[in-house]
Design a protein around this ligand. Sequence first.
Ligand SMILES: [Zn+2]
Ligand SMILES: [Zn+2]
Length: 358
Amino acid sequence: MDVIALLKRIGSGGRRETLVARLPSLMPRRVSIGRILEPGFPALEGRVWVQAKDEVHRLLLSLFGLRVHVEDRGAADAASLFRRAGIAPQRGVDFLLSRLLPARSRRQIFLGQVRESVEAHRSQRVASLLPASHRRISRRTGLAEAIVATFEVRLRAGLEESRSGIGRLIDAGGELMSMDAWRRVVARQTDADLVVTNVPLLYGHRDGTALHALIRGGLIGGFVSRDVRRRRFGGTSVVTTHPLVSADPIVASLRGERLATPAVSRTLAALMAHELVHLVFAADDNYSHERCLMRPPSGLDFHRFWLGDRPVLPCCRCNRHVRVVEVLERAGYLAPGLRGLRRRADGAGRAGGRALDR
Ligand SMILES: [Zn+2]
Ligand SMILES: [Zn+2]
């Protein structure tokens, strides 16, 4: 069976893992992983971390036929890395809100950018990501307005009302939670292709217009920074374990039930695999591929979305994308890390345009 026929059969179901194994093989990738931890936030048990590293290997092999060799570079302390990067973590709620939310004078421009992102998807899909009260909206301008309003309300609630969890720690380390500050911190390190932290990561209006990141009130599972051209893959993936284990009210409401230990390690592995596919193959997020690793949930219920009763399966369209990138890379048309590829995603339609993915 040729490649096209194999891909079509993956799309139509059947024994998808067996079909993926018959696709042209991908180059194995060596991936170094490091942890950047902050004692003020919940930590993972050691065995959860060990299991997650094993599981990410198994997941990428079964979903994409990709072999990764994971090298663990150990753990570093977040506060000292921030200090070395010249970022003072001692900023309060108001500072963080002013950084993350669009100012009144910029809100209209931001709405326009969000509307452009909405246009890339079917309106019905976008509406289905929103809280129930907004699901009947069908016009794109209305959807963009509902997304920005949900972002503003949830982010404020997360930071101001949630004094027991994230809010309590804000005054001690507001900047520690900004995705933009993390991008500056990981740009300085050269050890890890994938950084895992226990600090919550907050997406702001300058970070882009990822619809699911905005709808979650800025709380993200991870992102890719493509600033670091000298890195093996042209950048660094960052993943946070905070949404998986935090008891913070806003996190718990977006996640749902508390996760048992095995679910934490499997969900973490899925998050790491998701961000690695963004990093290595520049695959985009999507809201329409059925049971696909690259389809982010609109809440923080990664476990339910990716591993619940209907766990992720090999995806025809993402496997096709990954193979095309691999062929171009092998032929020398693309540098590893895909510098120069996907100009549209890098620039137009996504403010800032430097860090793309959540
Ligand atoms: Zn897919
Ligand atoms: Zn993503």
